[in-house]
Design a protein around this ligand. Structure first.
Ligand code: ADP
Ligand code: MG
Length: 357
């Protein structure tokens, strides 16, 4: 075996080196670069970097692996996110990635980075949320790692799932004229975040204030405790239909449509009037004087599923109440949103590209 030459260590001024800014690539550009340099050594690795979960050949079925990291101050703010909800959400977001491959989760591992700022009671609360998710999704916590963090709480969950080989669904695979569908409703989690942030600012200005969130329990709940849509995966199996492509909506509808488009080499036409939006979400967009289009396209963390189906499955899709058709696939590469006014606007990348911020 050829040994890699790492050379001897020396002191480097990282900032003084010739450098390309990460912000020039963005998150997805960086992942593409890592992917392009990655060698595959095992013939059991069916799909590596680039989908919602890795796909590994386990004989009769595929094993799915997905991992996500949540950092305090980047992904969550403990002044309004209860630890129990955080634990639940960390598991649910990984379950969502397994569901996006048409799979079901089986096991999880949990890594935590902590400081002595946290008490035993606080960690118990975090794990109460993790255990509640384990029970709900029927997954087993089978390991993890515990370490010291000097920069806030770190929580990383890895989910392992399974899918029968014939049911695996990738981000690629959409065909022209396929029906584009979404589960549940969109934009709520983003508006929940806006409300929680607003209440935090009001509290900081006046500590006597208590949060005014009446009438917004659904949107706040969707932000703090989202669900991975394994219920829909079970229903698809019962009805014996398999999507032609699928992704979960973690970074906003626009970003996920562009992923499906890039992976299939096709275009998507989406009708705003068909996108399910809860009344509470609309009320919140009114309060903030922002367009529901923005909440749906660029808001994130809905953890709903975006998928395409062959026209032949249309009648069956109509019988599944949790799935709504919102558009169709086109042979060109144009991604277009048709507004309620009839105006057509291009769907562009405005999802969560934190390296560009
Ligand atoms: P998702 O939003 O579905 O979790 P991501 O955008 O985080 O997906 O990741 C897309 C793909 O890139 C996944 O296959 C993920 O495993 C992979 N990926 C992300 N970051 C890295 C990394 N630092 N090294 C290797 N693969 C990565
Ligand atoms: Mg995903």
């Amino acid at each position: 075996m050829k040994k890699a030459d790492f050379g001897l260590p020396f002191f480097v001024d990282i900032c003084g080196m010739e450098r390309t800014e990460l912000s020039d690539l963005g998150e997805f550009g960086l992942i593409d670069r890592i992917k392009s340099k990655t060698q595959i050594y095992q013939n059991t690795t069916i799909t590596g970097i680039g989908d919602d979960a890795a796909v590994i050949d386990s004989g009769d079925y595929y094993t799915l692996v997905s991992t996500d990291m949540l950092l305090e101050g980047v992904h969550f703010d403990l002044s309004y996110v209860p630890l129990k909800h955080l634990g639940y959400k960390a598991v649910a977001s990984n379950v969502s990635d397994i569901a996006a491959m048409n799979g079901l989760p089986k096991q999880i591992t949990v890594n935590i980075g902590l400081s002595n700022r946290f008490s035993l009671e606080a960690i118990d609360e975090l794990y109460e949320g993790i255990y509640a998710a384990c029970e709900n999704y029927q997954v087993d916590l089978v390991g993890g790692d515990t370490s010291t963090s000097r920069s806030g709480l770190v929580l990383s969950v890895t989910a392992i799932g399974e899918v029968p080989k014939g049911l695996i669904t990738y981000r690629k695979g959409a065909q022209p004229n396929d029906i584009l569908c979404v589960t549940g409703d969109l934009g709520a989690a983003y508006m929940g975040l806006m409300l929680l942030e607003r209440e935090k600012q009001e509290f900081l200005a006046n500590q006597e204030m208590q949060p005014k969130l009446e009438g917004f329990d659904y949107v706040v709940g969707k932000q703090l405790k989202p669900e991975g849509r394994t219920d829909v995966i079970h229903e698809l199996r019962e009805k014996k239909i398999v999507p032609t492509s699928m992704i979960d909506i973690s970074d906003g509808l626009a970003s996920e449509i562009l992923h499906l488009s890039q992976n299939s080499g096709l275009g998507f036409s989406v009708f705003m009037e068909n996108i399910p939006i809860e009344n509470q979400t609309l009320n919140a967009t009114n309060d903030f004087n922002i367009s529901p289009v923005v909440a749906v396209l660029n808001g994130g963390e809905d953890y709903e599923l975006l998928m395409t189906f062959s026209q032949a499955d249309f009648e069956i899709i109509k019988s599944i109440s949790e799935i709504s058709p919102i558009g169709f696939v086109t042979a060109d590469k144009n991604n277009i949103l048709v507004l309620n006014s009839g105006e057509k606007v291009p769907i562009t990348a405005q999802g969560w590209q934190h390296l560009k911020d």
